[in-house]
Design a protein around this ligand. Sequence first.
Ligand SMILES: *[C@@H]1O[C@H](CO)[C@@H](O)[C@H](O)[C@H]1NC(C)=O
Ligand SMILES: *[C@@H]1O[C@H](CO)[C@@H](O)[C@H](O)[C@H]1NC(C)=O
Ligand SMILES: *[C@@H]1O[C@H](CO)[C@@H](O)[C@H](O)[C@H]1NC(C)=O
Length: 595
Amino acid sequence: MAPGSEAELRKRNTPKTSTADLKAEGKEKQPKAKANGDSRAKESGLSATPFIVLVLLGAVAVLVYQNPAVVTEPLFEFLGFDTDVSPVEPTRTGFVADVEKRDAVKAAFRHAWLAYERDAMGDDEYHPISHKGTNLTEAGGIGYTVIDSIDTMLIMGLQDEYERARQWVATKLSFDQDANFNTFETTIRVLGGLLSAYALTNDSMYIEKAVDLADRIMPAFDTPARLPTSMINLAKRQGVRAEDNKGLVSTAEISTLQLEFRYLAYLTDNDDYWDAVEKVMRTIRSSSLTTGLASIFMNPEDGRFVLSAIRLGSRGDSYYEYLLKQYLQTNLTEHVYQEMYNGAMDGVHGHLIKKGQFTGLTYTSELIPERNPRGEIQWRLTPKQDHLVCFFGGSLMLGAATSGATTQPVSIPPRPSELTPRGKRDWQTGEALIETCMQTHDTATGLAPEIVHFRIPSDGVVGSGVPQDWYIKGAQPGAPAPYDARYILRPETVESLFLAYRLTGDDKYRRYGWKIFEAIERHCRIESGGYASIINVDQVPAVHEDKMETFLMSETLKYLYLLFEDDSVLPLSKYVFNTEAHPLPIISTTRKANF
Ligand SMILES: *[C@@H]1O[C@H](CO)[C@@H](O)[C@H](O)[C@H]1NC(C)=O
Ligand SMILES: *[C@@H]1O[C@H](CO)[C@@H](O)[C@H](O)[C@H]1NC(C)=O
Ligand SMILES: *[C@@H]1O[C@H](CO)[C@@H](O)[C@H](O)[C@H]1NC(C)=O
């Protein structure tokens, strides 16, 4: 998902952890596997034969320098990160659950939910260190955390927790709040959560709430170009222009409402919802840049793109994701979205995909428009990749297996003959981007930073020690950690791992996911309940920030759970996940894109 300015600002402003909290955190138990691995390494090495250890370390350093992947995998196994020796060979008929790991993720979800329920039930957001909840606005909450978490409880079979959450929605929830809410965030988290709760239960209460909310959001589309305003007053039913961006709208925000409103139209037979979001797509298509790429801002007055950055990160990301997913949602029938998706992927490959100069990592860049002294516009390529972009590896593989396939369904993994040339290209890039995202977890905590930069010849970064293709900008030993260095419990890498595992059956993706889960447990878990963001992925013990983002329970833990779950649960042939990980059924409809 792509948080807009609102969400980003809120994240920056969250209060810092007190030292008392930090001390309590230091006492946390380490997960077993890692602790054992460490002590094993100590006993066998340092006490007995220091010289051999030194020689070995030297050899390892040389190997890592030449090809990190060769060494890091067996090394992680040796250290006990990967205790999983899965007996399951990939087959076409399905993968069996890894019950122990799946249930460890479920226990983590309960650790998060029960703390929230104890301290802040019904509040929009949760602060696990101060044990407090807050609402997005003064007016009152809109069930942000509760509704975002409901389908995860259903998927995990947490019946008691589910009953209490449903009861809250049925009796306490009100959308009649006189304040401005972000149109996009409210749609993907709250409307999306209600719709997937319905899809998994057939409980009509969720439809009533979804219709009530959608009808309050619809006035956002009342702009000259019919592009929705970024904010909406839910009580007054009025669209509100965001002041921070001169009333412009974010491309990703207006193009990431479609799965939700289309599914609601399908359920209620009310075409107004479908028409509103389809018009947005038509407008984007008619003003599209010739490269297939989209700038991150549009003008709701004239429906044109505004000269602004082009990127797969914030304000751009889910535009590309929903092109594919709209095509998937109507079961590969609306070819206009396939065409737009293909054009976009060609543009991405032509302009944004790059390779690192030292270890050859595949990464994505951003294009920033600048005026030169003569007043002409030039696009500056910036080797900056948000953690948000890590959704893209799995998304490319999903696109290759569907839009880029010559047959349906493809094998697991697809045979080369089943993919078009475009499909092959996208599949390979997808696999490579996932490896890159895993490399960015090679930090002191094993968690990836919010933003990484990749080395280019002109960057002036002086390498210290082993040259790496990526670095955290502004990170200096001993200096306060830059904003880029944080990990805020984001889901994008594990989202890609889940998709890649379902599409390949390759157990390496489960190993990767387990490593990330263990790192979250070790560094983000708050003993008294809940999980917190950390301000520097390269600092141990981790320093917490008093915030548990709602996407931990709706996305990160859900994708991790599904990674270890039997693949008959929410098969990709029957469900498409919205950008907040809410699964919506693939629908059969005679309706086709009207442009
Ligand atoms: C958040 O809003 C809800 C619903 O309006 C209200 O019951 C609750 O007290 C509010 N919480 C806080 C912390 O203000
Ligand atoms: C919901 O209803 C549909 C259509 O009748 C049915 O196919 C599906 O199995 C039901 N789902 C649940 C969870 O009851
Ligand atoms: C999608 O279409 C295919 C081919 O027509 C069909 O076999 C499949 O059941 C459809 N899937 C859904 C979820 O409707």
